[in-house]
Structure formats: structure tokens, C-alpha cells
Write a new protein. Structure first.
Length: 158
């Protein structure tokens, strides 16, 4: 009996090889899709943190640009609110400030577009700073969402 050598050569792939190929490709594809899903689900977090940081920096700058409290250390008589912040010009007026939504300085009626969901709070307390006495320095803590900034405002006579 004559055996043709061409027939002895394999043509195509076997069923087992095909199943192994499909399993390997499906595992790799599943891994890639899981990574893409994680990246997509968490892609908004950096933007939200950046917005909270920008809002906190803006509020911190607004407070630090105000006048220093009286040398007597007398407490503020009025606390700033989202509606009246433009009327106050002393750093300590902001102690206890809290709001839901980030508002423009001159408009407390509606939060800035896209910033309505952020909570902001401020504490201002006397604190020593290096060789500056506690009566001549205040520590300002601004919290917006999960972002917290600390800053100082000083007054020193020379």
C-alpha cells in the first residue's frame, strides 16, 4: 500500500489547539477590558479634586487678602456667609464660615455652575508662626470636599 507523504502532513489546526487559542484570547481580552473599565470609572476623580483644590485656593486667597484683626484681638462681631462675604474685610470674620456650593464673592444667590455639590468650611485661629507671636498671626484652614489647605496671615509692627 502506497502512503502519500503529502497526506501525512497536517493541514489546519486541531480542535484542542483551537480551544486553547480561544481561552488565551478571551483571558487577555477580559484583562484589557477590566483595566479600561477601571480607568473610565475613575477618570472623573482627578477633575473633581482639581476643582475642589481651585475653589479652596480661591477662598484661601480671598481670606488672606483681608485685613488682620485688631491688635486687641477682639473677636469678630459678624460671621461671613455666602450672602455677605463681600461686606467683611477682617480675616477673623471668616472663622466658622461654611457653605454647600461654591459661590462668587459678590453673588450668594446661586452657586457657580458645576460647583454646587462642594462643601466648603473655614476656621481661623490665633497661632504662633516661627518668631511671630500667636497674637500677631492667625492660621487659616480652608476645607473644600476632601481638600484641606492651611495658610497664615500675619501682622507685625517693626
Amino acid at each position: 500500500m502506497y502512503i502519500d507523504p503529502v497526506r501525512l502532513r497536517q493541514k489546519g489546526i486541531s480542535l484542542i489547539e483551537l480551544i486553547i487559542f480561544i481561552v488565551i484570547i478571551s483571558v487577555a481580552l477580559t484583562g484589557i477590558l477590566l483595566v479600561m473599565n477601571q480607568v473610565t470609572a475613575h477618570s472623573a476623580d482627578p477633575m473633581m479634586r482639581k476643582q475642589a483644590l481651585a475653589a479652596a485656593e480661591s477662598l484661601m486667597e480671598e481670606i488672606q487678602l483681608q485685613d488682620f484683626p485688631a491688635a486687641s484681638g477682639a473677636p469678630a462681631t459678624v460671621t461671613a456667609t455666602k450672602d455677605n462675604r463681600i461686606d467683611y474685610h477682617v480675616v477673623t470674620d471668616y472663622d466658622g464660615f461654611a457653605t454647600t456650593g461654591i459661590y462668587a464673592l459678590n453673588d450668594g444667590t446661586a452657586p457657580i455652575a458645576g460647583l454646587a455639590g462642594y462643601d466648603a468650611s473655614v476656621t481661623v485661629a490665633a497661632a504662633p508662626l516661627g518668631d511671630v507671636a500667636a497674637g500677631s498671626a492667625v492660621r487659616i484652614t480652608v476645607t473644600v470636599g476632601d481638600v484641606t489647605l492651611d495658610g497664615y496671615r500675619t501682622w507685625r509692627s517693626f
